[in-house]
Design a protein around this ligand. Structure first.
Ligand code: S3P
Length: 169
């Protein structure tokens, strides 16, 4: 990995629970570039959690902030950028990401995603009477769009973060 010189930002896309942040950190460290996280940047700028932003200002507001933050992060030097699960659904965001970065879809199966998100209460979109059904619907709807990514890497249950990072590289 030390001989790899990154010329564009690697943008990790994929569902909640796919491992974008965890793999992103390992990848950034292997590539010796900064790790950035669009959700974390939005929370920092708003001084609120994602759940609070959804509750107070609504999803459309969150999506506008998300586009602004991604545009700003893509202006910086090459890095690894992990995005929120819905970021790649916007055609505007996809165009920006494709133009100025490389989109990598971390593709995990629904059971793996569910294992990783079911105990957490941080995802406003899953605050429904049947979060599994909601996750499954979102997954089915989004898969064809994630598939537009430049690179697709399967995100398995048993792989170490380092192994995942190596495969992305
Ligand atoms: C969202 C995923 C979240 C966060 C927000 C919306 C989505 O990010 O951006 O709750 O639309 O899938 P993670 O993918 O990091 O959970």
């Amino acid at each position: 990995a030390e001989t790899v010189r990154l010329k564009k930002t690697v943008v990790l896309v994929g569902m909640m629970g796919a491992g974008k942040s965890a793999v992103g950190r390992a990848l950034a460290s292997a590539l010796h570039v900064p790790f950035r996280d669009s959700d974390a940047e939005i929370e920092l700028a708003a001084n609120m959690s994602i759940a609070e932003i959804f509750a107070r200002d609504g999803e459309p507001f969150f999506r506008r902030k998300e586009t602004q933050v991604i545009a700003r992060l893509l202006d910086d030097a090459p890095a690894v950028l992990s995005t929120g699960g819905g970021a790649y659904m916007s055609a505007e965001n996809r165009a920006m990401i494709t133009e100025r970065g490389v989109a990598v879809w971390l593709d995990a199966d629904l059971p793996v995603l569910w294992q990783r998100v079911k105990h957490k209460d941080t995802r406003p979109l899953l605050r429904t009477p049947d979060p599994y059904a909601t996750l499954s619907e979102i997954y089915e709807r989004r898969v064809p769009i994630y598939a537009k990514a430049d690179i697709i890497v399967k995100s398995g249950r048993k792989q170490s973060l380092e192994a995942m990072a190596d495969r992305v590289i």
